[in-house]
Design a protein. Structure first.
Length: 97
């Protein structure tokens, strides 16, 4: 993200033949002083994208669920799995297909 210096996600939509064959911005999915490091999966049934990032600490990586649609409960992210992934403790996150 050039504006803030942090890596975040934005949601775009694309429909062939509309808007001059270009994607149109819908909304920002993540923001703040932390980085989204990897997209691990998308669950369209529950309208979430799973990402790893540094929200809790720059020294730890956790799996988070970010809402794709505007959420109504006021939470912008949810930590999905306990257990940090760091150089000292390389516990990875795995998603079933």
């Amino acid at each position: 993200e050039q504006r803030t210096g942090y890596q975040h996600l934005d949601l775009y939509t694309y429909v062939p033949g509309i808007h001059g064959e270009r994607a149109v911005w819908v909304r920002t999915l993540s923001s703040g002083e932390w980085m989204v490091e990897q997209i691990c999966g998308v669950d369209m049934t529950h309208n979430v994208v799973y990402v790893t990032g540094t929200y809790d600490s720059v020294l730890e990586r956790h799996l988070y669920a970010l809402p794709l649609l505007n959420n109504t409960n006021g939470h912008h992210h949810r930590r999905w799995k306990h257990g940090p992934e760091s150089p000292q403790s390389p516990h990875g996150s795995a998603m079933d297909e």
